[in-house]
Design a protein around this ligand. Structure first.
Ligand code: DGL
Length: 265
């Protein structure tokens, strides 16, 4: 293991930044390569078969390209669908991002939990299993929203968004039978913590928002314990898996997260 071998994070867009923040706090000297699969965006609207083929192939190619020491699938959709095929295809440790239903069940007083993710995530048996295992005495209400993914992408490009959009998204949970009792919402798409303040402001009553970032950072720290890091923190590298669109509007937002090197694949 060399000190300059990076941690590789993959998402379709800016969502993985909500995982990067906690990782940086725990491991400030870790070299970071952050890959944005813009050509595959949005994963939440793709089929299981498409993702189970695309994610292992792409992550394998990227891991080799940057000589990653570990990869984080910083995307719930890709993790709940493609974690097993990715682990089978790559030789390095893989950390996935799955809905934080366990911590949500630990704090919910009303025992009614909302799971807000992409359409592809909320329909997965993986979510049934997490609910059964960790929240069997809770009612778990799910809603899939692509609109919220798009809102987070717009925010990161400093573009104005419809102020009523957040309430409309939340109504997808609160408007379901029993939804008015939800006191805890699992942000089950990595894009969503980036708009947590907007969601909190639009919520008809106070709710706790929970996501997996801190747990993932602890897992990465555990898996890399004892490994060498560079003496000083270094600027990160962002790789655009390009859909042909201009990456320029994203650069200032990414620069705020410490990215100074940009590549297009
Ligand atoms: N950030 C991804 C997730 O956590 C999804 C965004 C998309 O639909 O591409 O699920």
């Amino acid at each position: 293991m060399r000190a300059d071998q990076p941690l590789l994070l993959l998402d379709t867009g800016v969502g993985g930044l909500s995982i990067l923040g906690p990782i940086r706090k725990l491991l400030p000297r870790a070299p970071i390569v952050y890959a944005l699969d813009q050509a595959g965006f949005p994963y939440g609207q793709k089929s299981e078969a498409e993702l189970a083929a695309r994610v292992p192939a792409l992550l394998g190619r990227l891991a080799e390209h940057v000589d990653a020491r570990l990869a984080v699938i910083a995307c719930n959709t890709a993790s709940v669908i493609a974690l097993d095929p990715v682990r089978a295809a790559l030789a390095i440790p893989i950390v996935g991002t799955v809905p934080a239903i366990k911590p949500a069940a630990a704090i919910s007083k009303s025992r009614v939990i909302g799971v807000l993710g992409t359409a592809a995530t909320v329909r997965q048996p993986y979510v049934d299993n997490l609910s059964r295992e960790f929240a069997s005495d809770c009612t778990v209400i799910r809603h899939g929203s692509h609109e919220l993914v798009a809102l987070a992408e717009q925010k990161m490009r400093s573009r104005p968004t419809d102020p009523n959009a957040y309430a409309r998204v939340l109504d997808g949970l609160f408007g379901q039978p029993g939804g008015d009792k939800i006191d805890t919402i699992v942000l089950s798409c990595t894009h969503f913590p980036l708009v947590e303040a907007e969601l909190a402001a639009a919520s008809p009553h106070p709710v706790a928002f929970v996501h997996g970032g801190d747990g993932i950072a602890r897992r990465v720290a555990h898996l890399t314990e004892g490994q060498p890091w560079p003496e000083e923190p270094r600027p990160g590298t962002a790789i655009f898996v390009s859909d042909g669109s201009d990456p320029e509007p994203l650069r200032p937002g990414l620069a705020q997260y410490g990215f100074e090197n940009f590549e297009t694949l």
